[in-house]
Design a protein around this ligand. Structure first.
Ligand code: AMP
Length: 376
């Protein structure tokens, strides 16, 4: 059984072909800079065409009929989708109706779905939503303190994102902790170019740092995370900035990049070691924002079995992990420096009551699993 998984971003397309249920990756790759001026690939349809040609040219499949199903990451499922679904015309209409909530992403995801229908008309397609895992948030977690009726009318609420990653690492932790997901309270910390934290109670997401859009919460590579909303109004009124100027600034010129000029944590750590004050400040602000959410979520959950680091930074930077949990002994978080440097799966000191785990995320595998479960 061969399942092709597509992860269409605004200007990129990641793909992985899985042999299921063996969960073996047969082929994977990425098409970048889609639609950018210097790129020969002008849209997602062309990106998929080049992927399909590669699959055939490299002999990964002899004919397209060998692909049994296609799984898609879809960023916004709104309040419509609380789980993965097999795609049909009604589902496409629902995903389309959510475009105003995630214009760039859902549009790109739909492009991927249309292109796949064209190339694989007989292969069923599955949509796995970034927001679905967070549909279990209680009302007090997803409601903003704005006029309630306005929020209800305009669908303004916390949706949360990175759900597939949070859910995946939570599931993986059950094997390490030797417990069922429903018996665990976890804090999952996804630190990549995008960053978010999730409080998971008895296997269900009960709070998460990203909100109405993926802009809220932790400091990110180029996104600002939590700020006083008045700053936006101030910039608009005092400096006569347009809405799209400000949107651009908050999403692409802020976060780590806005503070020190780089959004790549490897570069920033090197710059800090070389004495760059702005890079050190960027790291301090980043670490502090994660620390604050951990404290808040311990308070919310009451008891916590484990915190889990994932994403490019969470999986690979021992020094950022160490800084985040420094001086948290009173919250029962104690890191073992040696295990941490060795990037072991469990990096907490023996006999501490909250385990600190490092688990590699794998959204594509989660999507392949969901597709397999739904279809076969
Ligand atoms: P992701 O979006 O999950 O691919 O993560 C990207 C982020 O992970 C970037 O900020 C990278 O600099 C960071 N990253 C990857 N490897 C390392 C590493 N060895 N040390 C520090 N940061 C890393």
């Amino acid at each position: 059984m061969k399942i092709l998984v597509l992860n269409s971003g605004s200007s990129s397309l990641k793909y992985k072909l899985f042999l299921m249920p063996e969960m073996k990756v047969l082929f994977s790759g990425i098409v970048e800079a889609i639609g950018e001026e210097e790129s020969t690939i002008k849209n997602h349809h062309q990106a998929i065409e080049s992927t399909v040609q590669k699959l055939l040219a490299k002999g990964i499949v002899k004919s397209l009929a060998e692909i049994n199903a296609v799984g898609h990451r879809v960023v916004h499922g709104g309040v419509i989708f609380d789980k993965s679904v097999v795609i049909d015309e009604n589902i496409i209409a629902d995903i389309k109706s959510l475009i105003p909530l995630a214009p760039i992403h859902n549009y790109a995801n739909l492009e991927g779905i249309y292109a796949m229908k064209h190339y694989f008309p007989n292969a069923p397609q599955v949509a796995v939503f970034d927001t679905a895992f967070h549909q279990s948030l209680p009302k007090e977690a997803y409601t903003y303190a704005l006029p309630l009726e306005l929020c209800e009318k305009e669908n303004i609420r916390r949706y949360g994102f990175h759900g597939t990653s949070h859910h995946y690492v939570a599931q993986q932790s059950t094997k390490i902790l030797n417990k069922t997901l429903s018996s665990l309270n976890l804090i999952t910390i996804h630190l990549g170019n995008g960053t978010s934290v999730c409080a998971i109670k008895s296997g269900k997401s009960v709070d998460t740092s990203m909100g109405f859009t993926p802009l809220e919460g932790l400091v990110m590579g180029t996104r600002c995370g939590d700020i006083d909303p008045s700053i936006v109004l101030y910039l608009q009124n005092r400096l006569d900035k347009s809405v799209s100027d400000i949107e651009q600034m908050l999403n692409y010129q802020s976060g780590l990049k806005g503070i020190c000029g780089s959004n790549d944590m490897r570069t920033i750590e090197r710059m800090a070691l070389d004495g760059d004050q702005k890079a050190s400040l960027a790291i301090d602000i980043f670490v502090r924002s994660v620390k604050k959410y951990i404290g808040a979520y311990i308070a919310l959950l009451g008891s916590v079995d484990a915190i889990i680091f994932t994403g490019g930074i969470g999986e690979n930077s021992a020094s950022i992990r160490a800084k985040i949990v420094k001086n948290m002994e009173h919250l029962k978080l104690v890191i073992d420096p040696k295990k941490n440097l060795n990037h072991e799966v469990c990096v907490s000191k023996k006999d501490t009551s909250i385990q600190i785990l490092v688990i590699e995320t794998n959204e594509e595998l989660m999507i392949a699993n969901e597709s397999y479960k739904l279809l076969f």
